[in-house]
Write a protein that binds this ligand. Structure first.
Ligand code: ADP
Length: 328
């Protein structure tokens, strides 16, 4: 059976980008068609300036939201990265096969390192090695597929390179995984700045729709989205990124193609209104289920405890085999 692994960082509140680009697919499709593992990758949240209590709180919130989005612990494994030591054990071995230059070429590293420097902070070494830990997350489980948004495609490519290199040099230990991107909304853009992605780690503000935003807040953010000075509605991500972003969001919520949707509108106002309502409806069941789960913290604890046990049992044989193959 195909094995799927994916993760989410507790670096901020989950966004509509996380949901449409990744989480929705995990819940609606992946967990039912494959043996799936989904992970709150809390170690990755330590790669930039962080507040310990906030990381702990956000990890729990992320796990709760994943359950609210429909992950079913009877058919998939949901766990927290730091509960399973195999990730860091394997990351070190992979660091011994990865090159410094290859890490420095990662687009996300360059962007995030520049941001840390602009803020006057220092760049943590773990920010540079982050993609190696991500490779360990994936390779420890022998995952065949990694469903992610477009922004993570380069890291999955690197994971493939590291797996192939290790297998070639030390013996066939790892499955070589591939990224699986969603058809639409693979990169949801910031509503106020359609040149950059809607990321929870980037900043906060009116351009980002959070999954737990009240319906009124969602409406306000979508209605105030930046478009452009044109009048007619056309799907053109290069020339009109703001309008294309709204069309992609609406397409993802309605199951229709963005080009077809564009043909049905002759004003930005109507497009924004429909998009706002579609997002509110899309998020409604998730918000309701989240409220129920928050009232039952013992349930979430139990799911995460069991998930970590299952994950550990799956990862250990592969990681042990990697230790033997590399000469330990
Ligand atoms: P973030 O960048 O918001 O901190 P993560 O790195 O935790 O997100 O990624 C969790 C998942 O959400 C990944 O599969 C990532 O590709 C996806 N994702 C993040 N932002 C977006 C976005 N704006 N559009 C589509 N998918 C996204």
């Amino acid at each position: 059976m195909t094995r799927v692994f994916s993760g989410i960082k507790p670096t901020g509140h989950l966004t509509l980008g996380n949901y449409l680009g990744a989480v929705r697919q995990w819940a609606a499709v992946d967990q039912h068609r494959a043996e799936s593992l989904f992970c709150v990758v809390d170690l990755h949240a330590l790669t930039v300036e962080h507040d310990p209590a906030r990381v702990r709180r956000l990890s729990r919130q992320a796990a709760t939201l994943l359950l609210a989005a429909g992950l079913d612990p009877r058919v998939c494994t949901l766990f927290v990265q730091s509960h399973v030591d195999e990730h860091t054990r394997l990351a070190y071995l992979l660091e011994c096969t990865a090159a410094d230059g290859e890490m420095r070429r990662m687009v996300q590293y360059k962007e995030k390192a520049a941001r840390e420097q602009r803020r006057g902070g220092s760049v943590r070494l773990s920010l540079l090695t982050y993609p190696v830990l991500m490779a360990a997350d994936i390779l420890a489980y022998g995952a065949d597929e990694v469903p992610v948004g477009d922004d993570q495609a380069q890291h999955v490519e690197l994971t493939r390179d590291l797996a192939v290199r290790f297998n070639h040099r030390y013996g066939p230990v790892f499955t070589v995984p591939r990224a699986v991107l969603p058809q639409v909304a693979a990169r949801v853009m910031n509503l106020q700045d359609p040149g950059s992605k809607m990321g929870k780690s980037e900043d906060t503000g009116p351009g980002i729709v959070y999954l737990l935003d009240e319906p009124e807040v969602v409406r306000r953010k979508v209605l105030r989205a930046v478009t452009d000075s044109g009048q007619d509605v056309a799907y053109d991500p290069q020339e009109r990124p703001g309008v294309a972003n709204l069309l992609e969001i609406l397409a993802a919520c309605t199951g229709r193609a963005p080009q077809d949707l564009a043909a049905g509108y002759d004003s930005y106002g109507a497009l924004k209104k429909d998009t706002a309502e579609a997002v509110v409806e899309e998020l409604r069941p998730l918000r309701e289920r989240h409220a129920e789960l928050v009232a039952d913290p013992g349930y979430v604890d139990g799911v995460l405890r069991e998930g970590a046990e299952r994950a550990r049992a799956l990862a250990r044989p592969t990681v042990d085999a990697a230790y033997r193959a590399i000469g330990l």
